[in-house]
Ligand binder design. Structure first.
Ligand code: CA
Ligand code: CA
Length: 404
């Protein structure tokens, strides 16, 4: 039983398919180019490589693009006059296209038949990327050149590493750098490939061609995440176990009707435009009409409001709504939020700059989480007017809640 691997080339030009490259020291004419000796066929007398007229010592080089184990060559003579047959040849192997190792030398080969294939086993076996076949001498009497219908290199495989595909009768070994070839797609999922031995493993396609694991990492994730398409799941029930969470915000509503109503709430300001725009108007539950808000005295563009809840609140966000007024020049540009548990020691928990507001616009800001009784909202730099105003301010607590 033969255990020979032939490294088929089936070339269609001197550099197709990549990475194969064929070249010759002499070509006559271009219809019998170097690659014609590596296209796998000898359909007619042009399906061959031949040297130019008068040259009876020439060589043809095949670059596989990677190393193969080589210990033999199969030469097929030209499908034409038998006098084209190779009379003498040498084969050299190389891995750098510069230093060559002589692998075989055959002299005075008997006359060939038309498109006759002969196999020559070398004395040496080795790993080579480049193979050079020099042929010289001729049986011709009319024209003087050399030609070969087809060339294939191969080797006897290392038996202990061989796997044979029973469908194609092809052998695989470490010389291919791949032992198990998985199919590039399947109606079955990967798990079945492991379960039904013999039936579910196919030995056809190189690993880099298979599509079980997508070759591009998922974008915009931490680290490299590869996904795997497994098609219809009919043997496993894989269930995603994910915590369902949603964001819930509890707003500490005030709905004040005066600076100290309802009890125990107390609102105050270090400046007011008039009693109509007193501090509690920023905590009365909205910005419903034009004057529904607090405003600082004319000429004051840096002022603050203080809210005393009467007891501590968990706070980590604030909702600020501008006046229901199409004049937006009273809106503060800068807002600093501070908290205190004693109305004396204050800590900044939010600092927002270069703001502008549209009529009635609500902005929500995250704050440093705190538990406080007193909150202070300092507003400075209007958007053009000579005093500052705001419609409504509500503090809140955002939290993640599990969805059952
Ligand atoms: Ca050929
Ligand atoms: Ca209000």
């Amino acid at each position: 039983m033969s255990n020979v691997i032939w490294h088929e080339t089936k070339m269609t030009s001197n550099n197709t398919p990549s990475p194969l490259v064929a070249s010759a020291s002499s070509v006559y004419p271009s219809t019998v180019a170097a690659w014609k000796a590596f296209n796998g066929t000898t359909s007619d007398n042009q399906d061959a490589w031949a040297s130019t007229s008068g040259v009876t010592d020439a060589y043809v080089i095949l670059d596989y693009g990677k190393e193969y184990v080589i210990d033999r060559v199969k030469i097929t003579s030209v499908n034409g006059a038998v006098t084209f047959g190779t009379k003498n040849f040498e084969v050299f192997g190389s891995n750098n296209n510069t230093e060559w190792t002589l692998l075989s030398s055959e002299l005075n080969i008997p006359v060939w038949g038309k498109a006759e294939a002969r196999e020559f086993i070398f004395n040496k076996k080795g790993n080579f990327r480049y193979l050079k076949l020099r042929t010289w001498g001729t049986y011709q009497t009319v024209e003087n050149y050399v030609g070969i219908g087809d060339i294939q290199y191969g080797s006897d495989i290392d038996k202990k590493l061989a796997i044979k595909n029973y469908v194609t009768n092809k052998h695989y070994s470490m010389s291919d750098n791949t032992i198990i070839h998985l199919p590039d797609n399947s109606t079955k999922n990967m798990i079945l490939h492991g379960i039904e031995q013999g039936k579910e493993i196919q030995l056809d396609v190189p690993f880099d061609k298979h599509t079980y694991i997508n070759d591009k990492p998922v974008a915009s994730v931490s680290g490299k995440v590869f996904t795997q398409d497994i098609g219809i799941i009919n043997t496993l029930n894989i269930r995603e176990n994910r915590e369902e969470k949603s964001i819930v915000t509890t707003w500490h509503e005030t709905k004040m009707t005066s600076n100290n109503t309802p009890t125990p709430l107390v609102a105050s300001a270090n400046s007011i435009y008039s009693s109509t725009y007193d501090a509690f108007m920023a905590f009365n539950g909205g910005a419903n009409i034009t004057g529904d808000g607090w405003a600082a005295a004319i000429g004051t563009t840096d002022a603050y409001l203080t809210l005393d809840y009467g007891s501590s609140r968990e706070i980590n966000c604030v909702k600020i709504q501008y006046m229901n007024n199409n004049d937006i020049t009273f809106a503060p540009k800068n807002i600093i939020i501070s908290c205190s548990s004693n109305d004396n020691d204050w800590k900044d928990i939010g600092n927002f700059t270069n703001l502008s507001f549209a009529q009635n616009e609500i902005k929500i800001f995250n704050l440093q989480s705190n538990i406080s009784r007193f909150l202070r909202i300092r507003m400075s730099m209007s958007n053009g007017a000579n005093y500052i105003a705001i419609g409504e301010i509500t503090f809140g607590k955002r939290s993640e809640k599990e969805v059952k």
